[in-house]
Design a protein around this ligand. Structure first.
Ligand code: SAH
Length: 373
């Protein structure tokens, strides 16, 4: 917006605000990212150096390989079912799954058992996935609703961070939901929505908090709380799968080790932070993922849960350092350096190693999983 013409999705959101009033942050995010044809993900491949952001599987093949080993090990712990749906949520270019299935060649029985399902809304990314994974005859889904019943292994890397969040701000009269409206010059602008039933979306412990600095449970004015009903709904469906048949799901995303407060809504364009209300549809919008809360919901539903572990600890426990040493053997100096650089990006605390967390949920009765101490 601003100086130039509005994009297709900006025009669409502007019309909606004129007709119905301010939208929630969740509606804004959902439209900007996934509106049919116009949304950010619906219309492009955003990954890689020429795109807006890079993910772990695009940094190194080692990431997907470790996940492949995790899948084989977890399949065995689930009783090695003869048929199992291997599902990836938001597979990007398909690199993670291609690396995982190459590493899984050491377990031919596992490869014979899997049926590959990919949940993906982006048509350009589906094409890349098809090119990378055609040997495994994947079946695509628009949403997790259409996944078949039966034993299931699920992998999701940087998937939940693209799902819509609601934001609430503590005011003198308590929590108020944040929204997006039209301000001067027709630009998108932040606003507070009238109080309404949507407050029920906040976890009860948060809802009860009040402004001020003295009483217990008090939260300072301006504090921000976030929640993602879309993520919670998907977690609930996966938990039901794990209760009805042998199953496990592995989630990797950036976010806190314990649930808390904070405004984590952000935009990324060409690898830089960006104003989320500018260039809508042409920048990625994301928010931190409260994996500890999702793990707790799975437990409350009766599932097992593991983690959060840091990505660094998880990958080290699966043997990524040994794998890096193997890949480096007999390579020239430049290649060896590249492998070391990629390894450190994935596991070092100052890079992705600590910010990214790993959580798994399982059918009841699973007591250990690879990668979790
Ligand atoms: N997992 C990949 C890609 C992460 S980017 C990687 O690690 O490289 C987020 C992915 O989720 C993209 O493939 C995007 O198209 C997909 N996605 C975003 N919102 C989605 C939704 N609502 N349903 C299904 N897929 C979605």
């Amino acid at each position: 917006m601003g100086s130039g013409q509005k994009s297709g999705i900006e025009t669409r959101i502007t019309k909606q605000i004129r007709a119905q009033g301010a939208v929630t942050v969740a509606d804004f995010m959902r439209l900007a990212l996934s509106a049919r044809e116009l949304g950010y993900y619906s219309s492009r491949d955003p990954l890689g150096a020429a795109g807006d952001f890079t993910t772990a599987p695009e940094i190194s093949q080692m990431f997907g390989e470790m996940i492949g080993l995790w899948c084989v090990d977890t399949w065995q712990r689930l009783g090695a079912p003869q048929e199992i749906n291997l599902v990836e949520l938001g597979p990007g270019r398909g690199s993670l799954m291609a690396d995982a299935l190459r590493a899984a060649k050491l377990a031919p029985d596992f490869l014979a058992a899997i049926r590959l399902h990919l949940v993906e809304i982006s048509l350009p990314l589906r094409e890349r996935q098809a090119a990378n994974l055609q040997a495994f005859h994947p079946q695509w889904h628009d949403s997790i609703e259409t996944l078949p019943a039966g034993p299931m292994l699920v992998v999701a890397n940087e998937f939940f961070d693209a799902l819509p969040i609601h934001q609430f701000i503590m005011t003198e009269s308590g929590w108020r939901e944040r929204g997006v409206t039209l301000g001067d010059d027709d630009r998108f602008a932040w606003t507070l929505l009238p109080p309404g039933p949507q407050l029920a979306l906040l976890p009860a412990a948060l809802r009860a908090a009040s402004p001020g600095a003295i009483s217990p449970g008090a939260i300072s004015l301006g504090a921000v709380a976030e929640c993602s009903p879309a993520s919670q709904r998907i977690l609930g469906i996966l938990a039901q799968h794990c209760l009805r048949a042998a199953g496990a799901a592995l989630f990797i995303d950036y976010g806190p080790a314990a649930s808390g407060f904070g405004d984590t809504f952000q935009a990324l364009k060409a690898h830089r932070y960006h104003d989320p209300l500018q260039n809508v549809g042409d920048a990625d919008l994301t928010a931190h993922v409260d994996l500890p809360y999702l793990a707790r919901l799975a437990q409350e539903a009766g599932c097992g849960s593991f983690g959060p572990a840091s990505q660094g600890d998880f990958l080290r426990a699966l043997g990524i350092e040994t794998r890096a040493a193997m890949l480096s053997r007999n390579q020239d100096h430049v290649t060896q350096e590249e492998i070391q650089t990629a390894l450190h990006r994935l596991i070092d605390a100052a890079q992705m190693g600590t910010l990214f967390k790993v959580v798994a949920i399982t059918s009841p009765g699973i007591t250990e999983l690879a990668g979790f101490a």
